[in-house]
Design a protein. Sequence first.
Length: 111
Amino acid sequence: MCNSPNIYIFAAQNFELKKIDRMYLTTEIKKEIFEKYGSSATDTGSAEGQIALFTFRIKHLSGHLKKNRKDVFTERSLVRLVGKRRKLLDYLKEKDILRYREIIKDLGLRK
């Protein structure tokens, strides 16, 4: 086992994870995500902010699964997060197609 845990910092432009020391999702990173994609740093309920946060977590878990292929619990968490993000995207698509298209383009999602 590794003696030093890893921390990741967030680059809001393209969801890059950079290894530092320990936790990958800190309150500063969450605030940065919600400032960029929500209406403000404290607007944690907006669909765009939640979709961006889920995308960040999905990218982190995907990287973890590439190294640890037999980690079934992380794989289950990843599938659940993708489902949650898909539901929010479907909701946003029904309510406001322009916001949906904008968040898809900003996050670089497949559609």
